[in-house]
Design a protein around this ligand. Structure first.
Ligand code: FES
Length: 196
């Protein structure tokens, strides 16, 4: 089977779905490529995540990974929740197909975004490097794809420029043959006029 039983279970019966009006931290993340959006809410007491909820607009794997991520951080101290990686979410789900791994990255990002929001709202100092742009594999993958796109476009336009002289040559040759034809015609005309 393409998806493990656990993935199917969390997809069909997602845990901790819903909103949390009195959340201490809310993290919303999205994937620019597929357009999926994940929002995570956390309730924190004495440094422990006492409750967590999520809302995901996305694929089945995004729903399953969000659900599993909430289960993994519920009842955990914030420092432990920050240690949860997308691989940990994938392992807890007994794996995901390679092309769906980015969905688990979204879950890791959502946890971090919710905790960051909690820190900011409660004026708690945190290490900015943990949330640095480009830290997440998903963004790196996206930026790499963008880079490749720019390179491919540059290559394409370079090819166009290189092929210009050739077409210019063809144009010149066509103009030359046209000029020859006109010259020939006028000389024939001249000859005819002389005969008369
Ligand atoms: Fe976008 Fe799954 S396809 S998160």
């Amino acid at each position: 089977m393409l998806y493990s039983e656990k993935v199917m279970d969390h997809f069909k019966n997602p845990r901790n779905v819903g909103e949390m009006p009195d959340a201490d931290g809310i993290g919303e993340v999205g994937n620019a490529k597929c357009g999926d959006i994940m929002r995570m809410y956390i309730k924190v007491k004495n440094g422990i995540i006492t409750d967590v909820k999520f809302m995901t607009f996305g694929c089945g794997s995004a729903i399953a990974t969000s659900s599993m991520a909430t289960e993994l951080i519920k009842g955990k101290p914030i420092e432990k929740a920050l240690e949860i990686t997308n691989q940990a979410v994938v392992e807890a789900l007994d794996g995901l197909p390679a092309y769906k791994l980015h969905c688990s990255v979204l879950a890791e990002e959502a946890i971090k975004a919710a905790i960051k929001d909690y820190f900011e709202k409660h004026h708690i100092k945190y290490d900015e490097k943990t949330y640095a742009k480009g830290n997440c594999a998903c963004l790196i993958e996206h930026e790499h794809a963008q880079e490749q796109k720019v390179k491919a476009e540059a290559k394409k336009s370079a090819k166009k420029v290189l092929s210009k002289p050739a077409s210019a040559k063809t144009k010149a040759a066509t103009t030359a043959s046209k000029t020859n034809k006109v010259a020939k015609k006028s000389s024939t005309k001249k000859a005819k006029t002389t005969k008369k």
